[in-house]
Write a protein that binds this ligand. Structure first.
Ligand SMILES: Cc1ncc(COP(=O)(O)O)c(C=O)c1O
Length: 372
């Protein structure tokens, strides 16, 4: 990858976070900000909006803002939700599922892992098979950014809650919340962050929690800043200096989210983007890592060509020189690269990206369409 990106070029990020935001979202951060009277109003507004976006009843759920990234949201949720005398079952089909396992190991939470092939979705049969009577919590990733696979979290949580109503369910929805139409009503904790599909800027982890579940979490999290129970009982929700600019940007981003038409409209735009990318890349002969039916619309993984002239660094630089930033692969088994279809990107941007990839391959003297 390029060692340094020029600060003079306005890049478009075809990445799964950080992602490109609108100029109006960026403008909303231009002032120095600090605590004032309207700040509490803004926080309450954002918290209400998160519940509205989730389509969950406001009297049963609460939402929390935490300084940090998606992982801060995931770790604070695991810390708060589960204690060392309980047991969590985690279904893993990618790096973000593995990250939850790693966090639980650090926290010494008894953990049982279902390891699933990265190319296969998590399915309820496996979850029920591995469930034992000691399991108190279940966690999974909704949209696994490692590959772009979309796991059916609503179906799994619904069947699991029917089979075992006592189990508390945690969803890492970092890369799905806001653009994947989902029934969250069987989840106890839903985690996302500001710089994903809501299209704010980095700086905030966002957590939606079921009140009756959170109420029983006092004392679980051994942390001064990652204890969601404590945060939920803290005036204005911040135990440290809040990331004011991120909050301001998120408020603006949510306003634009509704202007676009909410979850369904954003999902439709990203799906259009993903289809334009998939069609263009198919024409160039690239193979998708994930089967069509399981592929989400957030990020797509492509298998790298074996041609001796190919190098990801050359492709990356060629695209970056034209203002396009893509992502390397995250798989250990196979060389791949990834292209995101989220953020302030439209179908025309995807067509432009494919056109530049074609030019990059001509530049590398690799015949297209690929024939591998
Ligand atoms: C599904 C998922 N979970 C967790 C994370 C971690 O988020 P962050 O890098 O903001 O900590 C990501 C980041 O891309 C993600 O896609």
């Amino acid at each position: 990858m390029l060692k340094t990106l020029s600060r003079l070029i306005s890049y478009k990020l075809y990445t799964p976070g950080p992602l490109s935001t609108t100029s109006t979202v960026k403008d909303s951060m231009k002032n120095d900000l600090c605590f004032n009277k309207s700040f509490n109003k803004d926080i309450n507004h954002i918290r209400n909006q998160l519940l509205k976006i989730s389509n969950l009843p406001t009297e049963e759920y609460t939402s929390l803002l935490l300084p940090g990234s998606g992982t801060f949201g995931v770790e604070s949720t695991l810390r708060t939700a589960v204690n060392q005398h309980q047991k969590i079952l985690i279904a893993v089909n990618g790096a973000y599922g593995e990250r939850m396992v790693k966090i639980c190991k650090i926290l010494k939470i008894p953990t049982k892992v279902i390891n699933i092939d990265e190319r296969k979705i998590i399915n309820i049969k496996d979850v029920l098979y591995y469930l034992d009577t000691e399991v108190t919590h279940f966690a999974m990733v909704h949209s696994e950014t490692t590959t772009g696979i979309l796991n059916p979290i609503d179906e799994i949580s619904s069947i699991l809650k029917k089979a075992r109503p006592d189990i508390k369910i945690i969803g890492d929805c970092v890369s799905s919340f806001g653009a994947v139409d989902t029934d969250f009503s069987n989840l106890d904790f839903i985690v996302t962050c500001s710089n994903k599909l809501l299209q704010g800027v980095p700086g905030l982890a966002l957590i939606i929690a079921k009140n009756t579940t959170l109420d029983r979490c006092e004392g679980n999290a051994k942390s001064s800043v990652l204890d969601l129970f404590k945060i939920s009982r803290t005036y204005n929700h911040f135990v440290v200096i809040p990331p004011y600019q991120s909050i301001s940007a998120l408020k603006k981003a949510i306003e634009e989210f509704w202007k676009e038409g909410g979850v369904k409209a954003r999902q439709a735009r990203y799906q259009k983007n993903q289809r334009a990318l998939a069609n263009g890349m198919n024409e160039l002969g690239f193979k998708h890592y994930i089967d069509d039916g399981d592929q989400g619309w957030i990020i797509s993984t492509f298998i790298e060509p074996k041609h001796y002239n190919y190098s990801f660094e050359k492709l990356y630089k060629f695209l970056a020189d034209r203002g396009i930033i893509i992502y390397p692969g995250k798989l250990s088994k196979l060389p791949t690269f990834r292209i995101g279809t989220i953020g302030e990107l439209y179908k025309e941007d995807m067509i432009e990206c494919v056109k530049c990839i074609k030019e990059a391959f001509e530049f590398m003297r690799i015949p297209l369409p690929l024939n591998e």
